[in-house]
Ligand binder design. Sequence first.
Ligand SMILES: Nc1ncnc2c1ncn2[C@@H]1O[C@H](COP(=O)(O)OP(=O)(O)O)[C@@H](O)[C@H]1O
Ligand SMILES: O=P(O)(O)OC[C@H]1O[C@](O)(COP(=O)(O)O)[C@@H](O)[C@@H]1O
Length: 343
Amino acid sequence: MSESTTPQRIGILTSGGDAPGMNAAIRAIVLAADHYDLEVIAFRHGFEGLLEQNYLQLTPNHVQHILQYSGTIIKSARCPRFKEVASAQQAARHLAELNIGALIVIGGDGSFRGAHHLSQHWDGQVIGVPGTIDNDVYGTDSTVGYSTAVAIAMDALDKIRDTADAMDRVFIVEVMGRNAGFIGLKSAMAAGAERMILPELQRDKPLTIEAIVKHIKRVEAVRGQGSYVMVLSEHQWPGGAVALSEQLEAEHGMPCRPCLLGHIQRGGPPTATDRVLASELGVYAVELIREGARNVMTAMRAGALTTVTMEETWSKKNPLPENLLRIQHEIFNPVKKSRQPRG
Ligand SMILES: Nc1ncnc2c1ncn2[C@@H]1O[C@H](COP(=O)(O)OP(=O)(O)O)[C@@H](O)[C@H]1O
Ligand SMILES: O=P(O)(O)OC[C@H]1O[C@](O)(COP(=O)(O)O)[C@@H](O)[C@@H]1O
């Protein structure tokens, strides 16, 4: 197939952890493909479907009224064997047999490594759409699913605050994010958490239990007795929120309760922000195929659609928003140096 010929058939798959808004992206791709007279073949369970030839043709009828649901109607999966060269070659054969000229991969940075791997053994166009709650994909201000995960974490933190306030307790709320603190930072700010433990902040100077206890005590000294809510990103404390909370209570006599949000952060109705982002990126992915683009991810930066190369999506990292960090640490921190303890 020459680069200037638009393929008549495109493939799509969702890969890695599912993210709220993936269905909206699938819908957008199918409706855009229909608009431009292209057929869509959806592979089930991510790259696994490519290898197992587990697919179905999607038409606009299949995607009616799905954008309000999280999950993905074509299923997602992690497929470790896709890292093998033989898998990429097999996938390329299956795509050629189906006469598919372009493949849209909806997923996170791991999925884009997979997409890139495939592109080295297949001459079709590969386009990525960023879908992960973690927001850990370089080149886009936001991934599909991130806004919903933050909204869910904020809602949970608000509820925790009610009981924490009533009982004057310390709560440790563990959020997802894999190795990135985006969900932790944004939900902590949105819910007015007293402290956050994020991977990016832990790298240079990991927190000690003594530092945590000191901060809790100083907050109490400044504000009087009350609630204290800490947002803990996953994998940032051995044993997570449960172990940290037990340690605080057993070793330091602090009444403390843990709360693990876990996969709740991936369910329920996607926010309008995620639905609209997924819709724009999904349509854009199809339009990029028509323009002959290959090996790029669709992105939204400063309100404008753009692309980044597939390799950049994982080799570079978006930093945490500096201004949010500054505000949390310098302006909203109850124990700023300038504040005196209550007399
Ligand atoms: N280096 C790689 N080569 C080929 N495929 C990969 C590679 N890394 C990840 N993948 C594929 O992408 C899938 C999803 O990656 P993962 O990191 O689990 O999720 P996400 O895409 O959300 O970051 C993996 O299960 C695997 O099939
Ligand atoms: O659902 P699983 O397989 O337990 O994986 C949990 C991981 O998936 C996520 O929810 C989403 O991560 P990915 O989008 O990279 O797959 C992470 O926040 C979390 O660490």
